[in-house]
Ligand binder design. Sequence first.
Ligand code: NAP
Ligand code: GDD
Length: 337
Amino acid sequence: MSRVALISGITGQDGSYLSELLLDKGYTVHGIKRRSSSFNTDRIDRIDVHPRNADARLFLHYSDLSDPASLTNLIRDIRPDEVYNLGAQSHVRVSFDIPGYTAGITGLGALHMLESTRAANVGARFYQASSSEMFGATPPPQREETPFHPRSPYACAKVYAYWSAVNYRESWGMYCTNGILFNHESPRRSENFVTRKITRAVARIEAGIQDKLYLGNLDAVRDWGYAPEYVEAMWLSLQQDRPDDYVVATGEGHTVREFVEAAFAHVGLDWREYVMIDPRYFRPAEVDALIGDYTKARRTLGWAPKTLFGDLVRIMVDADRQLLEDERMGRLVRIDR
Ligand code: NAP
Ligand code: GDD
């Protein structure tokens, strides 16, 4: 019998890579998609076989992290072995504009998923997508024991979700694991996170269809890894004898300025001629530096990053150049190939 997984956030960057990983491992994958007035399944269209097809092993269901009854019904029907809670309002800057909504989806939504999983009583293992943002103002290197000091409504909501997962483990004996993931990127990253905003702009500037790139704080330091490798750590964290919490990172920090410089240099351009600062992109409170210590993940899960900063920048810039070329040639456009 194939194992069964349920993923909230399946239409996002990580959800799409995780679905591919689980399908490759022979799982049947169920995903929660929310109602949207426009298509929101671009990232998984390549693997979505119509359910009427006998080979179908990926199934999408309308539900929402704000609707606990629908989550409970779904988990009861599907009877998953593993639940991955990746759904969130995941944009830090936006969380300052919609703090209540962010708390509801990113924080309380995780509680709804936990409680629905408990109520279904099917023994499912639970993965919570926790974030390095929870460390916030606490200086690097950050590891599992590092105190949290969240700096945004998003980070506060993630701290709530983190402790809820720990609490369900301690109260109900559920197998709940937090992956404390540092920033991870890919050609499927949404265009409003800084890496993709930069690589997309570089491709467009090189092609002559964009003049300038407006950014905020260039001094922030982030530990950027490659998303397809990070979803492997998620899966591994649910295959252990006992539940636990893991930092997943590369251990390398780089400034936004270094990312910009490397991305423009990859196409032979000098970033200083194109990048402008727009204070609109500054945050009311910034997280200055995140650099993770992934020793525990390496020891326990046998996980280590393979793609580091320079390769990540090149992969993303080249994917955005290819995307533009495909559009220009009228070819079928995929977010990445
Ligand atoms: P993402 O691309 O922004 O995807 C978020 C997913 O959540 C999307 O599928 C989105 O659906 C879904 N979602 C939003 N609101 C929802 C709601 N009310 N009900 C159900 N689903 C909802 O994020 P990601 O980069 O894949 O990250 C996955 C998870 O890891 C998130 O929880 C994020 O906070 C966390 N995380 C990410 C990173 C990172 O660097 N990427 C690092 C640490 C933690 P739509 O497609 O319809 O918008
Ligand atoms: N988005 C954005 N846009 N960020 C900018 C810009 C800009 O124009 N200019 C500078 N930055 C800076 C931000 O101030 C921040 O310090 C850094 O670039 C990274 O911003 P994001 O790419 O938006 O990511 P994030 O670090 O705030 O959050 C991401 O990583 C977290 C894990 O640490 C998200 O994926 C979160 O969901 C995730 O939890």
